[in-house]
Design a protein around this ligand. Structure first.
Ligand code: MRU
Length: 352
């Protein structure tokens, strides 16, 4: 791998991230020293991808606590309650953000009694979220590699790789494992309009790792899959309901339908922290609606006529019946997902 810059780093009491809005043209590191800067980075997708949002949001709590310099334990816990909403609600669909923020605050507040201990516990738990995510990616990579051993041409959508996690990625982790094993591999990355996470980010990180990657317009994927040239699909997830319905980047459903029609497997790869067992089905998943300018404009240039309306849902929900299996760090889950997901969460809880 030529580029070893970690996408998220905790350095001397601040967070450093790659500004993903500028890739691949520029590899710029930005320093996050306030809660407002953290929320702005999340909002404009400088940092993105569900597990990365969890790891980043957790560290942003420490930055937000330090920024206010509370003088008592009570004032610090009140500040954390403000941050729970401010940071936890910065994006609504990726459940890892809300999950990590709640986990880190709840752990720190319930396990300490002094200001110093609170801050230490907050930081330690936030770093643990990132460490656990890296380990989950590793295991997802191993399990996904086993499933994809005979697949050579693999389709993916958006970016679910190193840039989107604290480790080697979810959907892209098996690609790294295949490449390391010296197996033949060609990745087809759909460009992922409107913000081009596939064309810009998946292409950048796979190319950087020396993996053969071809970018296709979103509209070209279905016919390519139906022509028999693709062996399997693997995508990430932003939120998985208790029945297996999976929210991921807008356009994912179209890929799942093409895979079903072509008779190839459609895998979802995600850590168990992406599962929201409180939601019985995908109908309950909140879909982020982003600013219309992302559709009106391409690289700052207006492409739609003035006065025309646009819609910009950032995610869609793939029904569970289109998913071959969900690859998690505690195992490969198959239908009936209601049962395999409940079982996986029990195992994940037991291993913590
Ligand atoms: O809007 P984004 O770029 O944050 O959307 C990201 C995705 O949809 C990813 O596929 C998902 O978060 C999984 S990342 C491992």
């Amino acid at each position: 791998m030529k580029n070893l810059t970690p996408p998220i780093e905790w350095v001397e009491n601040h967070i450093r991230i790659i500004d993903q809005t500028l890739l691949p043209a520029e590899l710029k590191i930005v320093e996050i020293r306030t809660a407002a800067a953290a929320v702005d980075a999340i909002d404009r997708l400088a940092i993105r991808g569900a597990p990365a949002l969890g790891a980043f949001g957790a560290l942003a709590l420490v930055v937000g606590l330090d920024e206010q310099a509370s003088s008592t334990f009570g004032a610090a816990t009140r500040r954390l309650e403000e941050l729970r909403t401010f940071i936890g609600d910065a994006r609504p669909t990726a459940v890892n953000l809300r999950w990590a923020v709640d986990r880190v605050i709840d752990h720190a507040v319930s396990s300490t009694e002094t200001l110093d201990d609170l801050r230490s516990a907050l930081l330690a738990e936030a770093l643990k979220v990132a460490e656990e995510d890296a380990a989950a990616c590793e295991e997802i990579g191993r399990l996904g590699h086993e499933l994809l051993r005979t697949a050579v041409t693999i389709g993916t959508h958006c970016n679910a790789g190193r840039l989107a996690t604290a480790g080697n990625g979810t959907a892209l982790a098996p690609m790294y494992a295949k490449a390391e094993a010296g197996e033949p591999l060609r990745v087809l990355a759909s460009e992922t309009r409107p913000l081009l996470q596939g064309a810009r980010l998946t292409a950048w990180e796979l190319d950087d790792a020396g993996i053969d990657v071809t970018v296709l317009p979103d509209a070209a994927m279905a016919s390519t899959v139906l022509s028999g040239k693709v062996d399997a699909y693997i995508v990430g997830a932003d939120r998985i309901a208790a029945n297996g319905d999976t929210a991921n980047k807008i356009g994912t459903v179209a890929h799942a339908l093409a895979a079903r029609e072509a008779g190839i497997p459609f895998y979802v790869a995600a850590p168990t922290s992406t599962i929201d067992a409180a939601l019985p089905s995908g109908n309950y998943i909140e879909i982020e609606e982003r600013d219309g300018s992302e559709v009106h404009e391409i690289q700052g240039k207006r492409v739609t006529p003035e006065g025309v309306a646009v819609a910009n849902p950032a995610f869609d929900v793939t029904p569970q019946n289109l998913i071959t299996a969900i690859i998690t760090e505690v195992g490969v889950l198959r239908a009936p997902f209601q049962v395999s997901i409940a079982d996986a969460l029990l195992r994940a809880g037991a291993s913590q």
